[in-house]
Design a protein around this ligand. Structure first.
Ligand code: KIV
Ligand code: ZN
Length: 524
């Protein structure tokens, strides 16, 4: 057996907080970003791309704070090929013990046309920007955005310039998810063989999932010689998303026989972070998503269940515990005590203080009164729906809904708004519509509903429904969540939760500062 060397190690570069968070609607709060960064650090992610510091005051503050708190991971910030971007990025990441400036420019013909630069002018800009970044930080990554649609000769030329200027990682983005596995292997292999100085740097792969090939393309790039994979938790990201961290990491673990490269990821932490990212981004994980989907380890059919009972390996190529799922989960019930609940929360990776436990326990008891058995997913939903309670300006006190086949639904909602009790009855097209109208009457606002999503957390007619509501107002986006055995109650609370978050954001950031002021695609 050969001894693993550095060449067998794949660096995991997570960009959930930058490329992932940049996708419309996935905006996270400052506190949520810090929490996710902490979990990424803990699970062994080598490099965390924490944000795009020039984009907004909020991004800058989040990246600085993440840099201050990092323990093991290297903290990276994104910057366009502009002195101001690079300086701002450095100001945010300089607090980290290990840091990196990631600077980029679009090099394909379509992207060169945006700033209207000639090939020579862009080459000069690349030289200047990487040199400037390197003068500030001893670890610089450079990316030719849309590399997979850039002319071969020009791609080689600009990569050589970036290496000479001091970049130690060259990232090859497949920005629009256009490449395919054979091409991905070949591209990296040929670049390493052709570009002078290529053997002195690490090549990275950054794939988008537009054709559903991001994971395959990333692994194919590693086969070609790339040693850094850029990815996000749950594959979060613009359009069809980025390469999913959990997929590449588990593929390398399970098929190490044919892909003999390792990562430093503690795979047992995957499930918890996946659920947290889904909760804070408001992007639910599809049920049949590889590794982290609700059904990824579920065996429904009789033949499968029979095989599983005799030998789990008949239908499982990895164990649920490998990704942090407790194998058999005994449901809690109304007789379960505080210790059992704490134990369960700890198993899932939630660290709760005494006060938080008290609050969760009250809600757990309420739920257990309504539901015979409280399953693991119910507990997760409970943790998700209790957030932000202390800061709430708006609270639902009570509600009563009349609906049926005989006419429009009617909803009477009583709320406490900044300490004052108010109530109204509104009618609408179904109970949820009537309830939202009542809330809007009590708290007039111009927030636009971008997303309304309902999921049954567990099976049965007494299952909890988790409702996600995403609102947009003046460029600010906020997501609210709630879970309840009554779908209309969960909907009302999720709506109010999102409104509270919008109010909070406006208060914290002042006008205009939370909305992203510039986009990373604005490269002129
Ligand atoms: O997809 C892309 O090209 C990017 C770059 C900024 C690296 O995210
Ligand atoms: Zn990207």
């Amino acid at each position: 057996m050969s001894i693993p060397s550095d060449k067998d190690r794949v660096v995991i570069f997570d960009t959930t907080l930058r490329d992932g968070e940049q996708s419309p609607g996935a905006t996270m709060t400052h506190v949520e970003k810090l929490e996710i960064a902490g979990l990424l650090d803990e699970m062994g992610v080598d490099i965390i791309e924490a944000g795009f510091p020039i984009a907004s005051e909020g991004d800058f503050n989040a990246v600085s704070e993440i840099a201050k708190n990092a323990t093991n991971s290297r903290i990276c910030g994104l910057a366009r090929a502009k002195t101001g971007d690079i300086d701002r990025c450095w100001q945010a990441i300089k607090h980290a013990e290990k840091n990196r400036i990631h600077t980029f420019i679009g090099t394909s013909p379509l992207h060169r046309a945006i700033p209207n630069l000639t090939m020579d002018e862009m080459a000069d800009l690349i030289h200047q920007s990487v040199t400037h970044a390197r003068n500030l930080c001893d670890n610089v990554q450079w990316s030719p955005m849309d590399a997979t649609r850039t002319e071969w000769d020009y791609l080689c030329r600009v990569i050589e310039i970036a290496i000479k200027a001091g970049a130690s990682t060259i990232n090859i983005p497949d920005t629009v998810g256009y490449t395919a596995p054979v091409e991905s292997t070949d591209l990296i292999k040929r670049l390493i063989e052709t570009v002078p100085g290529a053997d002195e740097v690490i090549f990275a792969t950054h794939c988008h999932n537009d054709l559903g090939m991001a994971t395959a393309n990333s692994l194919a790039a590693v086969a070609g010689g790339a040693r850094q994979i850029e990815c996000t938790i749950n594959g979060l990201g613009e359009r069809a998303g980025n390469t999913a961290l959990e997929e590449v990491v588990m593929a390398l673990k399970v098929r190490n026989d044919i892909m003999p490269w390792s990562t430093g990821i503690d795979t047992q932490k995957i499930m918890h972070i996946s659920r947290r990212v889904a909760a804070v981004s408001g992007f639910a994980v599809q049920f049949n998503k590889a590794i982290v989907g609700k059904n990824a380890f579920a065996h429904e059919s009789g033949i499968h269940q029979d095989g599983m009972l005799k030998n789990a390996e008949t239908f499982e190529i990895m164990r649920p515990s490998d990704v942090g799922l407790a194998g058999t989960s005994l449901p809690l019930g109304k007789h379960s005590g505080r210790a059992a609940l704490r134990d369960k929360l700890e198993q899932f990776g939630f660290e709760v203080g005494d006060n938080q436990l008290k609050d969760v326990f009250v809600r757990f008891k309420e739920l257990a009164d309504r539901k015979k058995e409280v399953f693991d997913d119910d507990i997760f939903a409970l943790m998700r729906s209790g957030e932000d309670a202390e800061n709430d300006h708006l609270q639902i006190v009570s509600m009563r809904v009349i609906c049926g086949t005989g006419g429009p639904a009617e909803s009477t909602v009583e709320m406490e708004i900044d300490g004052k009790d108010v109530s109204v009855t509104a009618s609408g097209d179904g109970p949820v519509d009537a309830t939202f109208k009542a809330i809007r009457e009590l708290h007039p606002n111009t927030a636009r509903l971008q997303l309304y999503q309902v999921h049954a957390v567990t099976e049965g007619t007494d299952a909890q429904a988790t409702v996600t509501v995403r609102l947009e107002e003046d460029g600010m986006i906020a997501t609210g969540e709630s879970a309840n055995t009554d779908t209309v109650v969960a909907s009302a609370r999720a709506y109010v939760n999102a409104l509270n978050r919008l109010i909070l954001r406006r208060e914290k950031s002042g006008p205009g500062t939370d909305a992203r002021e510039i986009s990373y695609k604005d490269v002129t």
